[in-house]
Design a protein around this ligand. Structure first.
Ligand SMILES: Nc1ncnc2c1ncn2[C@@H]1O[C@H](COP(=O)(O)OP(=O)(O)OP(=O)(O)O)[C@@H](O)[C@H]1O
Ligand SMILES: [Mg+2]
Length: 242
């Protein structure tokens, strides 16, 4: 559960206490954040294999098949036309994930409704590919959701990479929609993540942040996950957070 005493960059909402379950057991929500292809799914897969926590990966399959429409592909081809459509749908699928009943005391999620708004919607708007009125509508929806539902987070783990590393991993991964992703896009997303989670100048951060440098190979990343295992899985014990 988010502890107010640990919050520096942002504080949990009262709604966080909705996670209190029947017998007073507290539940913990950890979000893995980072640029495209920074290694979030790989990180979640590792923890899913080595612990009994509940893991929710990004619902990207849904975004690629909305009743037969590949909304993710459409957005990359024409962001000005499809940005609002995709982001509205992403906000819905993320809300669904945050509010789904927890089946384990610890939930680890890939990204969050918070990064969907503060990173991806923000980037569309700042780059001039989302009209102001679309941005305002999404912002009003986001504000309503954060005020009226429990989308609280206890810890953000930021996999901090260089945009160059992401570009290399993206090329090797070869997802067809991503072939048109340019280095500039990864740089813009990187800058927003840094503003949001490191400088903390973008907006209020919803939880403490643990930064893990993630440019390294898999073996080294596993070592880092093991070194940080307790801090990640028990955020209330975390000492070195932003
Ligand atoms: N430490 C690493 N070293 C080398 N390759 C890696 C490492 N971590 C992940 N990869 C590879 O990079 C690619 C992207 O990783 P992954 O799918 O985990 O990224 P992601 O952050 O989940 O991406 P997305 O933002 O699209 O969800 C994958 O092909 C994965 O196998
Ligand atoms: Mg992923």
């Amino acid at each position: 559960m988010a502890h107010r005493g640990l919050c520096v960059g942002g504080c949990s909402q009262d709604a966080a206490y909705k996670h209190l379950v029947g017998e007073g057991e507290k539940k913990t929500v950890i979000c893995i954040e980072g640029n495209i292809a920074s290694g979030k799914t790989t990180c979640l897969d590792y923890f899913a294999k080595t612990t009994s926590i509940e893991v929710l990966t990004e619902p990207v399959l849904k975004w690629r098949n909305v009743h037969g429409h590949n909304l993710l592909g459409l957005m990359y081809q024409d962001p000005s036309r499809w940005g609002i459509t995709l982001q509205t749908y992403i906000q819905l699928t993320m809300l669904d994930q945050h509010t789904r009943p927890m089946i384990s005391p610890v939930r680890m999620m890939e990204r969050s409704i918070h990064s969907a708004k503060h990173i991806f919607v923000e980037n569309l708007y700042r780059s001039g590919r989302m009209p102001e009125v679309d941005y305002i509508v999404l912002t009003e929806w986001f504000e309503w959701i954060t005020k009226n539902t429990d989308v609280s987070v206890d810890l953000i783990v930021y996999l901090q990479t260089s945009p160059e590393t992401c570009y290399e991993r993206l090329k090797n991964r070869c997802r067809k929609e991503e072939k048109i992703i340019a280095m500039e896009y990864l740089e813009a997303i990187h800058q927003l993540y840094e503003e949001w989670l490191i400088k903390q100048t973008l907006c209020k951060v919803p939880s403490p942040v643990l930064v893990i440098q993630a440019d390294n190979d898999m073996q080294k990343m596993i070592e880092k996950y093991e070194e940080n295992r307790d801090q990640i899985l028990t955020p209330s014990k975390m000492q070195h957070c932003l």
